[in-house]
Design a protein around this ligand. Structure first.
Ligand code: MLC
Ligand code: AMP
Length: 504
C-alpha cells in the first residue's frame, strides 16, 4: 500500500464537498478543491523536473494556496521544506546551501533578493507565491491537470525537513517521514476526538510543526474544517470563535486573548477544545482562562524532531503546569542525563522518547543524529522533567541552552556569535528573561571595550539584516564582567536572576 501521507489522507476523505478551509476574506476550499489544486501543484512540480526525494523550499506568507502547496509537494514525492518568513537572506543562504532544494518558492516581494541567491546555490527554479493566490508558481499551473496519483512512498521515506536551531548555533534539518507525520496525526485526531463536525480556528504560522502538522494534518485526517487566518489577531479571533469548535495556539495566544474584553464565557460556550503547546503555559494563564471562559486549556508537549509526545487527557483531569501523559504509541522515560540510566518515578532527569513519531535524524549530520539517540533508540529531547505519582509528565527545565519566545526557538549561541563579531564587543551572553507576552524575552548582556561607544541601538541595528526579528534581543544591557563559575563558564542563571523584572 502506498504510504504517501497524501494518499493516506485522501483515502480517509468521506465527503469531498465538505469545506476544508475558509479564509477571513471568504475564500472557500472544499476537500475536492484542495486535492484538485494539490494535484495541479504536483503535476507542475513534476513538469519542472522534481523527482522523489527532491526538496522544495518554501518561504511565503500564510495563505490557503501555500498550505495546499505542502500537499502538492508531498503528493509528488518531494520533501517539503518550509522556512520562517522572518529569516533574512543571510539565514536563507545557509538553509538553501545545506538542503540543496530543486525548487525554491518565495514571496513575490522577496524575489529580487532570493532568485540570485538561489541560482548561485544551484537551485533549478525559483518561483513566487503571494497571499492573493498570485505569483509565478500560480502562473506555472496553467494547463496542469487536476488529476494526480500520489507518488509511491515507503513509510520511512521523507515527507518534510524542518530546520531547528542547534546549541552550536548551526541549524539542523529534522527529517520527518510520511509515517512520522501520519501516525502522530492519527493519534492526535483520535485522542482529541476530532471529527468531521469540527471547525478549527487556525491562526498559527504554517512553517512549524504546530500550525503545519498538528493543526492541519489532524483536521485533514478527521475530515474537519478550519477557519484559516493569517496570524494571531485577537479582534478577528473573537469575531470568529463563535463559528469554531476548537483552537490551537502557543501560550502567547491565550495571554493576549485574555486581554481582549470580548473574550467571555458566552462567546466560547460551544467550543469543544482549546489546545496549547510549543512553550510552557503558565499555570496562572491556565487558571485565568478557566475563570474567564469556563474552559480548561489542554496542554500538550512536542518538538520538531518528535511531533507530539504527551498530552493532557481529553476527558479526565487537565492539570495546569503539566503536559499530561505520553500519547498511546509513545514510550517516554526519565533518565540520568549523563549516564542514560532510567530514573525512578518522581526523580528529575532527561526526557527521552521513542515511537513512530520520532524523526529519521538530522539531514546530512549522522554524528549529530547519533549523539542524540541512546543505543536502544530513545531520542534525548534536551528537556528536563519528571513523572508524578499519577503519571503526568512535568517539564521542569531545559538541559539545552535554548530560549522559547512566543513559541519560536532561539539558540543563544547564534545571537552571541553575531554580537561577539561586532567591533568593540569583548563578549556577550544571551539569556531568556521571563516576559509576560512572549514567555521569555531574548536579552543580550554585553561586555564592551573600555573605549567603545557601542550602545543598545547600535547592536540592534547591526543585527537587523543578520537575524530574523524574533531572534533579535528585546533588550541589550551592558556590564563590566559576566559572572563565571570556577570552571570559567558563564553563569546564565545569575543573569536571569539579576534581570528577572526587566519585562514585568
Ligand atoms: C514576532 N515578534 C517576535 C515574535 N513574533 N519577537 C519575539 N518572539 C516572537 N515569537 C516580533 C515582531 O517581529 C515585532 O517586531 C515584535 O516582535 C512584536 O510583534 P507582534 O505583532 O507582537 O508579533 P505577532 O505577529 O503578533 O506574533 C507573535 C506570535 C507569533 C506569538 C503570535 O510569534 C506566533 O504566531 N508564534 C507562534 C510560533 C509557533 O507556531 N511555534 C510553534 C513551533 S513548533 P517589531 O519590532 O517589528 O514590532 C514546536 C513544536 C511544538 O515548538 O511542540 O509545537
Ligand atoms: P521546537 O524545536 O521548536 O519544536 O521546540 C520544541 C521545544 O519546545 C521542546 O523541546 C520543549 O522545550 C518546548 N515545548 C514544547 N511544548 C511544550 C510545553 N507544552 N511545555 C513546555 N515546553 C514545551
Amino acid at each position: 500500500m502506498n504510504q504517501n501521507l497524501v494518499s493516506l489522507i485522501r483515502s480517509r476523505v468521506g465527503n469531498p464537498s465538505r469545506v476544508f478551509l475558509e479564509t477571513e476574506t471568504g475564500k472557500v476550499f472544499t476537500y475536492a478543491d484542495v486535492f484538485a489544486l494539490a494535484n495541479r501543484f504536483a503535476n507542475t512540480l513534476v513538469r519542472l523536473g522534481l523527482k522523489p526525494g527532491d526538496r522544495v523550499a518554501v518561504q511565503v506568507d500564510k495563505s490557503a494556496e501555500a498550505l495546499i502547496l505542502y500537499l502538492g509537494v508531498v503528493a509528488a514525492g518531494g520533501i517539503y521544506l518550509p522556512l520562517n518568513v522572518g529569516y533574512t537572506l543571510a539565514e536563507l543562504e545557509y538553509f538553501i546551501g545545506d538542503a540543496e532544494p530543486h525548487i525554491v518558492v518565495g514571496r513575490p516581494e522577496s524575489h529580487a533578493g532570493l532568485a540570485p541567491l538561489a541560482q548561485k546555490l544551484g537551485v533549478a527554479h525559483t518561483l513566487t507565491l503571494g497571499t492573493k493566490g498570485e505569483g509565478s508558481l500560480i502562473d506555472a499551473l496553467a494547463g496542469a491537470s487536476d488529476q494526480f496519483t500520489p507518488v509511491q512512498r515507503e513509510a520511512n521515506d521523507l515527507a518534510a525537513i524542518l530546520y531547528t536551531s542547534g546549541t552550536t548555533g548551526r541549524s539542523k534539518g529534522a527529517m520527518l517521514s510520511h509515517r512520522n507525520l501520519f501516525s502522530n496525526a492519527e493519534t492526535l485526531a483520535s485522542y482529541w476526538r476530532f471529527t468531521s463536525v469540527d471547525t478549527l480556528l487556525h491562526a498559527l504560522p504554517i512553517f512549524h510543526t504546530h500550525g503545519l502538522f498538528v493543526a492541519t494534518n489532524v483536521v485533514l485526517l478527521a475530515g474537519a474544517g478550519m477557519l484559516f487566518i493569517p496570524k494571531l489577531d485577537p479582534d478577528l479571533i473573537v469575531k470568529l470563535l463563535p463559528r469554531a469548535t476548537s483552537m490551537m495556539g502557543v501560550p502567547t495566544f491565550y495571554v493576549r486573548l485574555l486581554q481582549h474584553p470580548g473574550l467571555t464565557a458566552d462567546l466560547v460556550k460551544h467550543i469543544r477544545l482549546f489546545v496549547s503547546g510549543s512553550a510552557p503555559l503558565l499555570a496562572e494563564t491556565h487558571r485565568e482562562w478557566e475563570a474567564r471562559t469556563g474552559h480548561r486549556i489542554l496542554e500538550r508537549y512536542g518538538m520538531t524532531e518528535t511531533n507530539m509526545n504527551t498530552s493532557n487527557p481529553y476527558e479526565g483531569e487537565r492539570v495546569a503546569g503539566t503536559v499530561g501523559f505520553p500519547l498511546p504509541d509513545v514510550a517516554l522515560r526519565i533518565a540520568d542525563p549523563e549516564t542514560g540510566k532510567v530514573l525512578a518515578q518522581g526523580e528529575i532527569g532527561m526526557i527521552e522518547v521513542k515511537g513512530p513519531n520520532v524523526f529519521q535524524g538530522y539531514w546530512r549530520m549522522p554524528e549529530k543524529t547519533a549523539a542524540e539517540f541512546r543505543a536502544d533508540g530513545f531520542f534525548i529531547t534536551g528537556d528536563l522533567g519528571k513523572i508524578d505519582e499519577k503519571g503526568y509528565v512535568h517539564i521542569v527545565g531545559r538541559g539545552k541552552d535554548l530560549i522559547i519566545s512566543g513559541g519560536y526557538n532561539v539558540y543563544p549561541k547564534e545571537v552571541e556569535t553575531e554580537i561577539d563579531g561586532m567591533p568593540g564587543v569583548i563578549e556577550s551572553a544571551v539569556v531568556g528573561i521571563a516576559h509576560k507576552d512572549f514567555g521569555e524575552g531574548v536579552t543580550a548582556v554585553v561586555v564592551k571595550a573600555k573605549d567603545s561607544a557601542l550602545d543598545e541601538a547600535a547592536v540592534l541595528k547591526a543585527l537587523e539584516d543578520r537575524l530574523a526579528k524574533f531572534k533579535q534581543p528585546k533588550r541589550v544591557l551592558f556590564v563590566d564582567d559576566l559572572p563565571r563559575n570556577t570552571m570559567g563558564k558563564v553563569q546564565k542563571n545569575l543573569l536571569r536572576d539579576a534581570y528577572k523584572d526587566l519585562y514585568k
